[in-house]
Design a protein around this ligand. Structure first.
Ligand code: PLP
Length: 371
């Protein structure tokens, strides 16, 4: 049932519903195709990519020779750089998909580059799968050879993953014997995993069923509208929005001078607003980088100086946020439409709050707010 529903939702021809987590799904695809020492090309971690796309500290970077591409000064994927690197290094696999990126991903363009150099394409749509399902983001299913997504972020399901394939599922792989789908199938089991978690697969089927409900399309459209409203509101208050706006659910903006993203993230968290800090793409202006400094400590706790890390606001206390952050929050409240309370009633809170978190950690000055 989970397989059939995923095929229906995403228009896929092959689906594997067993991967226990997103990282395993990406490793499964890599293990199905590559030998240690072969070359991959993925988006750099500090430009919005994910650890499993070839970062040094991850198995993907340890096993394979990984090269990375990034975004241009406008915060848009640098497809020209991607093409140049592909031609220079002739990777066997190009990974696209992001953890921190606000513009549409041009999967067809990545595929054209891959075809040019004889590479396979893995699209990791973990962060935008719901928008893809709702038709609000171009689908990678036929453009990429392999598409992976987790099931607990935008799909509002259990922790776990899907691997999907479109038109290339039955294509003969480069061993000349097995199809690409057969190679993925045996990479998930028995190469990397053991028994299937049937209870989790049942929960995936349930979540995928909800994606078929027209109400999911309404939710996705509200998420998009809210993200646009937040970006507009922040831009109207003078914040620099990376990429000039957003095409998805993420708004990435530069925190005001004198703050780090880490500090702002902490301050907002103490007000029960969950966001993620993220690294600045392109350039690295200096600011208050030392979070142990007295000024940083003052900002870090909305209750003011003297508060210790880990303290929470006293009930009823009025948060003393830096003025710029207060304005940002007001903007968020003014600009957002749709019923967030209703949204939380309708959809599991953990999914919604994860949505709000959206992005990974690092030494940073940009903030992202998922809506
Ligand atoms: C794009 C992307 N791929 C993979 C992962 C890894 O997910 P998991 O924690 O399920 O292994 C993440 C995590 O958020 C991600 O953002």
């Amino acid at each position: 049932m989970a397989i059939e529903r995923a095929k229906q939702v995403f228009g896929a021809r092959y689906v594997n519903v067993q991967p226990h987590c997103a990282s395993f799904a990406n490793h499964s695809v890599m293990q199905s195709l590559l030998r240690p020492g072969e070359t991959i090309l993925g988006m750099s971690l500090d430009q919005g990519g994910h650890l499993t796309h070839g970062a040094e500290v991850n198995l993907s970077g340890r096993l394979f020779k990984a090269h990375t591409y990034g975004v241009d000064d406008e915060g848009v994927i640098d497809y020209r750089q991607l093409g140049d690197l592909a031609r220079a290094h002739r990777p066997r696999l190009i990974v696209c998909g992001t953890t921190s990126y606000t513009r549409l991903i041009d999967f067809d363009r990545v595929r054209a580059i891959a075809d040019d150099v004889g590479a396979y394409v893995l699209a990791d749509v973990t962060h935008i799968a719901g928008l893809v399902a709702a038709g609000l983001h171009p689908s990678p299913i036929d453009a990429a050879h392999f598409t992976t997504t987790c099931t607990f972020k935008q799909l509002y399901g259990p922790r776990g993953r899907l691997i999907m394939m479109g038109r290339d599922a039955d294509a003969l792989s480069d061993d000349g014997v097995r199809t690409l789908a057969q190679r993925v199938q045996s990479a998930v089991f028995p190469l990397l995993q053991g028994s299937p978690e049937v209870h989790t697969i049942a929960a995936k089927a349930r979540a995928l069923g909800r994606l078929l409900d027209p109400a999911f399309g309404d939710l996705a459209r509200r998420i998009r509208a809210n993200a646009d409203a937040l970006a507009r509101s922040l831009a109207g208050r003078g914040y620099e929005i990376v990429g000039g706006g957003t095409d998805n659910h993420i708004v990435l903006f530069r925190v005001p001078g004198g703050l780090t993203g880490a500090t702002a993230e902490r301050a907002l968290e103490l007000c029960d607003i969950l966001v993620n800090k993220n690294k600045i793409p392109g350039r690295h202006p200096r600011g208050l980088d030392d979070e142990r400094g007295p000024a940083a400590r003052r900002w870090a706790h909305p209750a003011g100086p003297g508060a210790r890390a880990g303290d929470r606001l006293r009930p009823g206390a009025v948060p003393r946020l830096p003025p710029a952050l207060r304005a940002a929050l007001r903007g968020r409240a003014d600009g957002v439409h749709g019923n967030e309370g209703g949204l939380i009633d309708e959809w599991p809170l953990s999914s919604v709050s994860h949505h709000l978190q959206a992005l990974p950690e690092g030494p940073q000055k940009w903030m992202t707010a998922g809506v």
